[in-house]
Design a binder for this molecule. Structure first.
Ligand code: CMX
Length: 442
């Protein structure tokens, strides 16, 4: 058994036993009650699922296995001479709960390199799609086409013991992660570079090799990719892509099909697609104003016009966070260190000054601060990756790390089919009427 799989198996067995004992003693403990506002309001804040790999605090932001992004930037292994964490390290941490050594991360890079072969039919299928098909549609189709390699689907067909579900899920996870940068880069090159593909470089780590296959030169962009792929990886279980992965995976659909479904959720403009919307919105604004360096007044007026036309300001607001997103701040720090004079980056920082007070003044926006998507596009544009329809695919490559690690945990813990209860409005009305009657009697 490989070293990561071995550690995972041991930790999973331990947690399974602990959870069993906890539920035996405390299974009927009430955690919290639920209001009608929450039921009608998108289930905000209802604790209703288990997600071991990360936890989101409204004020502090994301913690992966207890570690903040700032801590991870310090603690996770980096490439020689580099200062950004390698995403392989974060995957290891999410899988076993421990910061890996540089050797363990090198092992993982090599293991993914070894498994990175993608079946030819995936590329043939992509080539059969119109070249202007949205990159996320291509990505979802390609992930589904990769499903022909699923170990889990094959083993389940042959009759798989429940206790062993995690094992082929782990194998599928490793294979899918290994092949994903290749597929994602292929989509980029066929969509925007006349199908001139770039072969993988076996000397590079996972993030750097993705940067290389995209065709963006330079060590600085490779560093950006390592950071980007690390910070977008996971945001606890309730966000739309993670929750979709969890829900679909809970039917014992394999990780290829559940990840394809998760990417359908990421492709929505209120979720991951916001990263393309942000930069589109900024460029539309600059084009309309006829300048690359708008004044604060011009920018504020454009923001007010966007709101007046019934649209959201993309990249701002969050369902859980109530402070500037640490993932935004990590990208800002990268830009401050490497490209402080980039025009487009400066516009993003100016938007960061102007938008929050305007959103706050509406009196209804719970979080006026930027989220992860507010900064990423400007960094990519600066390094020459200007085709913003592609950006959500990059988010998806990163998100795979978290949702696949979490699915390994769900399989190992034997989490059951997810099936929450829905209500009708008639039920709500009758429920309220009954409550009023009871109150009148007492
Ligand atoms: N611009 C304008 N209005 C906004 C807003 C924004 N950025 N963020 C929230 N609001 C509005 C909501 O539309 C809602 O208005 P109505 O009551 O008229 O429907 C009101 O403020 C209250 O919303 P909320 O409770 O603050 O936010 P939600 O939890 O409902 O929604 C989110 C969260 C992210 C969908 C929302 O903030 C939004 O649409 N932001 C812009 C899109 C975006 O950046 N999405 C990416 C999020 C990160 C990610 O998943 O990648």
């Amino acid at each position: 058994m490989d070293p990561l799989k071995q550690q995972f198996a041991e930790k999973a067995a331990d947690l399974r036993n602990k959870v069993k004992a906890m539920l035996k003693e405390h299974g009927d403990t009430v955690v919290e009650s639920v209001t009608l506002d929450q039921i009608y309001g998108g289930a905000r804040n209802i604790r209703m699922m288990v997600w071991e790999t990360s936890e989101l605090d409204p004020m502090e932001g994301i913690r992966f296995r207890g570690y903040s992004i700032t801590q991870l930037k310090d603690l996770l292994p980096k490439s020689p001479g580099g200062s950004e964490p390698k995403p392989e390290g974060l995957f290891w941490l999410m899988m076993v709960g421990e910061i890996p050594t540089a050797e363990q991360v090198d092992w993982l890079s090599a293991e993914w390199r070894k498994r990175s072969q993608v079946p030819d039919h995936v590329f043939a299928m992509l080539d059969s799609l119109p070249v202007d098909t949205h990159p996320m549609t291509q990505f979802i189709a390609a992930i589904s086409a990769m499903q022909t390699s699923s170990n889990f689907a094959k083993r389940y067909d042959e009759g798989l013991n429940k206790a062993d579900y995690w094992e082929p899920t782990y194998e599928d996870t490793m294979n899918l992660l290994a092949g994903l940068p290749r597929v994602a880069a292929y989509i980029y090159r066929r969509s925007f570079h006349a199908g001139k593909h770039i072969a993988p470089d076996p000397s590079l780590d996972w993030g750097a090799n993705y940067a290389h296959m995209l065709g963006v030169p330079g060590e600085e962009f490779k560093e950006l990719m390592r950071l980007y792929l690390t910070i977008h990886a996971d945001h606890e279980g309730g966000n739309a892509s993670a929750h979709t992965m969890h829900l679909v995976g809970s039917t014992l659909s394999d990780v290829y099909l559940s990840f394809a479904a998760a990417m359908g959720a990421l492709a929505g403009p209120l979720h991951g697609l916001a990263n393309q919307e942000v930069i589109r919105w900024i460029f539309n604004m600059l084009d309309e104003l006829g300048t690359r360096t708008p004044t604060d007044e011009q920018l504020a007026e454009y923001v007010r016009n966007t709101l007046a036309s019934g649209q959201v300001i993309p990249g701002y607001g969050h369902a859980v966070l109530r402070r500037p997103d640490p993932r935004f701040m990590a990208q800002k720090e990268f830009a401050e260190a490497h490209i402080p004079n980039s025009d487009i980056v400066r516009v993003v920082w100016q938007v960061f000054e102007i938008v929050p007070p305007i959103l706050e003044s509406l009196g209804k926006v719970k979080n006026p601060w930027p989220n992860v998507d507010a900064h990423s596009g400007a960094l990519l544009v600066h390094y020459g990756l200007t085709e913003y329809d592609y950006y959500t695919v990059m988010f998806g490559v990163s998100r795979a790390l978290g949702v696949l690690a979490a699915t390994c945990w769900a399989r190992a813990m034997g989490l059951p089919l997810e099936r929450p209860k829905s209500i009708t409005t008639e039920w709500a009305q009758q429920f309220l009427a009954k409550k009023q009657q009871q109150a009148a009697v007492s």
